[in-house]
Write a protein that binds this ligand. Structure first.
Ligand SMILES: [Zn+2]
Ligand SMILES: [Zn+2]
Length: 324
């Protein structure tokens, strides 16, 4: 075997996978499964369990549904397979070159996407198979292909995230792992947003790209982590993607795609901050480590809670039939 570059996700495998994701009420009974999937978890890595304060999507909290009745434990040998209780199928394409081989192996072994799929399987009823394909794409990119019913996330994009994380100053290894996963999950959930709009033919208005961001943010805020603080932190971490390359001093008007289908990166960043703040102002302030007034104008702050509430109500209405 070739010597492996030490990667970002490795520490995550042993500790973070549980802390980060799930509201315990959602997966009473699933804990064993994740322990197996996550490898050598130590007891301290377990969250303060059974203390979910937040209502997850729909009425899932009532559940205590077993997440994975079949008890299938994913191993590195799994190529592409259906996740129990979910119609999401994860496919690992070939990696081109050692740099991508490393990240592919890390992702596969850490099972982060399987864990996400498992989580989503508890929330959303997909009527048919939806593929989540990780592969080379020749560029840092992610998209949803409505013909193939396939979400594609490129290894190049994941490698880019890894570099972005490595460039952050002053983060512990665990924080780096967490940031990487938050970035990877946000982009996946954004593409899932496009997929849900297509599959359920959701009657949205406004730019689909904005709605995909909203859906991703909404799923993160309402279902990730043990409590609001972790959920908000996951979203704020992910927003780093849109500030990473934004240097106000360097921006030229001709580089700004005002007519593009995506909102501009800084707008996407400020949207995410607003939704996090609107969801839980205290948690957002804590996660940001700065006053919200330094980031958002007064009128946006004033209506942030109403903005999130409207968004929440809208998705609950639009997705009512499709939530578990
Ligand atoms: Zn498997
Ligand atoms: Zn998009």
């Amino acid at each position: 075997m070739k010597k492996r570059r030490a990667g970002i996700i490795t520490p995550f495998i042993t500790a973070f996978i549980i802390i980060l994701f799930f509201r315990p009420a959602l997966f009473a009974g699933a804990f064993d499964y994740i322990q197996k999937a996550g490898g050598a978890l130590n007891a301290e890595a377990a969250p303060g369990s059974q203390t979910s304060e937040n209502a997850p999507l729909a009425n899932a909290a009532q559940g205590g549904k077993p997440a994975c009745p079949g008890g299938h434990v994913h191993g590195p040998q799994c190529g592409g397979h259906k996740i129990e209780n979910s119609n999401l199928v994860i496919i690992y394409g070939k990696a081109g070159g050692e740099e991508y081989e490393v990240i592919k192996n890390e992702i596969k072994e850490s099972q982060i996407f399987e864990t996400l799929a498992q989580h989503l399987g508890l929330q959303i009823k997909l009527p048919a198979e939806l593929k989540l394909k990780l592969c080379m794409a020749g560029e840092e990119n992610a998209y949803y292909d409505s013909e193939k019913k396939e979400i594609l996330i490129s290894y190049e994009l994941l490698r880019y995230f890894e570099k972005l994380v490595e460039s952050q100053q002053g983060l512990s290894e665990d924080e780096k792992a967490e940031l990487f996963v938050d970035l990877a999950f946000f982009v996946t959930l954004h593409e899932l947003g496009h997929a849900l709009i297509d599959i359920f033919d959701l009657p949205i208005t406004g730019k689909e790209e904005d709605v995909a961001d909203q859906l991703a943010a909404w799923i993160i805020l309402k279902t990730f982590g043990d409590d609001d603080h972790q959920a908000v932190l996951a979203l704020i971490n992910a927003s780093e993607w849109f500030v990473a390359e934004f240097d106000a001093g360097q921006i030229k008007a001709e580089d700004l795609e005002f007519a593009g289908s995506h909102s501009l990166d800084p707008q996407r960043f400020y949207n995410m901050i607003t939704w996090a703040y609107g969801f839980n102002p205290n948690a957002a302030t804590a996660a940001l480590g700065s006053d919200i007034e330094e980031l958002l104008p007064e009128e946006r702050i004033e209506f942030a809670e109403a903005e999130f509430e409207r968004m929440d109500k809208s998705f609950m209405t639009l997705l009512e039939k499709y939530l578990k």
